[in-house]
Design a protein around this ligand. Structure first.
Ligand SMILES: NC(=O)c1ccc[n+]([C@@H]2O[C@H](COP(=O)([O-])OP(=O)(O)OC[C@H]3O[C@@H](n4cnc5c(N)ncnc54)[C@H](OP(=O)(O)O)[C@@H]3O)[C@@H](O)[C@H]2O)c1
Length: 245
């Protein structure tokens, strides 16, 4: 078993890896932009499980390199599971002060996922098996005034993942779309937890459970968030606009 985590230092991604309870002979590949942070993540993972952990350089914004990156990883064996956990949440006021940060967030949260997942998906399709786990968000359901850019990146990623899952249907390749709500951790540090907030471990456990259910294609974390999301879609826009966060 070969598992690739894109965003190799992601708290949620690492919690998913821990929850998967991989066999000692499974190989974990942590892909990311900072070798020191990746090595540290690899060490903490190694303490919680035996087995091989390797780190590779990957930058979500270097989309021109993604085909070659996927080919290089696949040369050692096409991963059985790819977890796409790369993401940034830059405060909207910073994006408005420097619009290049908005472009960087769009590239990291959306474009880079499309390019890298198309490349790994093609390799999995050729082999006839594989699983891609995509970290969307409840923010994809209905963007808020305070996070219109982040929400748009998640809505775009969510739409891509659903369409791509359909195009891979019947090929042996599965896409699991994960929609967490507010997750306490470094990405949300300093923010007030939203209703139904969860933890990286909560997301990890839910993803591991969903992967054991072959028919499952979407997982909300926590599960009751699905109901809240349905209500969120029905709130009239003048009311939605007035909500504080
Ligand atoms: N936290 C939440 O409340 C929440 C809720 C719903 C969905 N999500 C989504 O879940 C995913 C994981 O989030 P998390 O909470 O685990 O956040 P996190 O701990 O901050 O992890 C984000 C990961 O993305 C990586 N990254 C950022 N820019 C990159 C780039 N240009 N190239 C390569 N890697 C890059 C970071 O690497 P570095 O170490 O280099 O920074 C880190 O590994 C994200 O897609 C996020 O949007 C999070």
């Amino acid at each position: 078993m070969r598992v690739l985590l894109l965003g190799g230092t992601s708290e949620i991604g690492l919690a998913v890896l821990s929850a998967l309870d991989l066999a000692p002979d499974a190989e974990v590949i942590l892909a990311g932009r900072d070798p020191q942070r990746l090595e540290a993540a690899g060490k903490s993972l190694h303490q919680s499980r035996r087995g091989q952990v390797t780190v590779v350089r990957y930058d979500a914004m270097e989309t021109g390199t993604h085909q070659a990156f996927a080919e290089e990883v696949c040369a050692g064996g096409v991963p059985d599971v790819v977890i796409a956990a790369t993401g940034v949440l830059t405060p909207q006021e910073e994006l408005e002060r420097d619009v290049r940060l908005a472009a960087a967030m769009i590239e990291t949260n959306f474009t880079g996922h499309v390019t890298v997942l198309l490349a790994f998906g093609a390799a999995m399709r050729r082999r006839g098996s594989g699983t891609i786990v995509v970290l969307s968000s409840v923010a994809a359901v209905r963007p808020r005034k305070f996070n219109s850019v982040y929400g748009a990146t998640k809505a775009a990623l969510d739409a891509f993942a659903r369409g791509y899952a359909d195009s891979l249907h019947g090929t042996g390749v599965r896409v699991l779309l994960v929609r967490p709500g507010f997750v306490t951790g470094k990405m949300t540090a300093g923010m007030k937890p939203a209703p139904l907030a969860t933890t990286p471990e909560g997301v990890g456990a839910a993803v591991a459970r969903a992967l054991r259910s072959p028919g499952k294609s979407v997982v909300w974390v926590p599960a009751p968030l699905a109901g809240l999301a349905a209500v969120m879609k029905l709130i009239p826009r003048p009311v939605w606009r007035k909500l504080e966060n």
